[in-house]
Design a protein around this ligand. Structure first.
Ligand code: FES
Length: 164
């Protein structure tokens, strides 16, 4: 492995790998660390990690793509996930998602063009008795009704703090 200090490694990645032995064997742990510190995995950090571990960038992109929890783009100011596990799907998760997606203009990564919200689908979040369930900024809500989703977004908008 090259010395991170000599290769212009971004500080965040440098800090994560500083005390790790054999980083080639710890790619998922490193990606988790990057995601935790940045809220997503920045392209620059991924490129540096590829160089440091002598992996093709495409292999790291494939690894990132394999796990639903990894993102390569920043989240919006609010993060709303619709559970698409079996229980939630059977109770109308797709209607809930469609209603939400119809209320905001989302880019290809599921973030609204104004940065207000990131909307995504997740697998079972472990609260099937509340199906259908959404997760709003880390808190589970359910059972939710699709026709209430416009009002739920309005509530979030009321508390939305625009960046400076
Ligand atoms: S399927 Fe949605 S919480 Fe389990």
């Amino acid at each position: 492995m090259s010395d991170p200090e000599d290769t212009g490694v971004p500080p965040c990645l440098s800090e994560i790998i500083r005390d790790l032995p054999e980083i080639e064997q710890q790619l998922v742990n490193i990606l988790n660390g990057l995601q935790e510190k940045n809220g997503h995995i920045p392209e620059e950090e991924l490129r540096s990690l590829a160089l440091l571990t002598r992996q093709p960038e495409s292999a790291l992109h494939a690894l990132v793509g394999f796990f639903d929890s990894f993102r390569t783009c920043p989240l919006g100011r609010n993060h709303l996930s619709v559970c698409y596990g079996t229980a939630c799907y059977a109770r109308g998760a797709d209607l809930v998602y469609d209603r939400l997606a119809g209320e905001v203009e989302l880019d290809a990564d599921g973030t609204s063009t104004d940065g207000f919200i990131t909307l995504d689908k997740v697998q079972c979040v472990g609260a099937c008795s509340l199906a259908p369930v959404i997760r709003v900024n880390g808190k589970l809500e359910g059972p939710v009704k699709s026709h209430r989703m416009s009002a739920r977004l309005r509530e979030l908008k009321k508390d939305d703090v625009l960046p400076d």
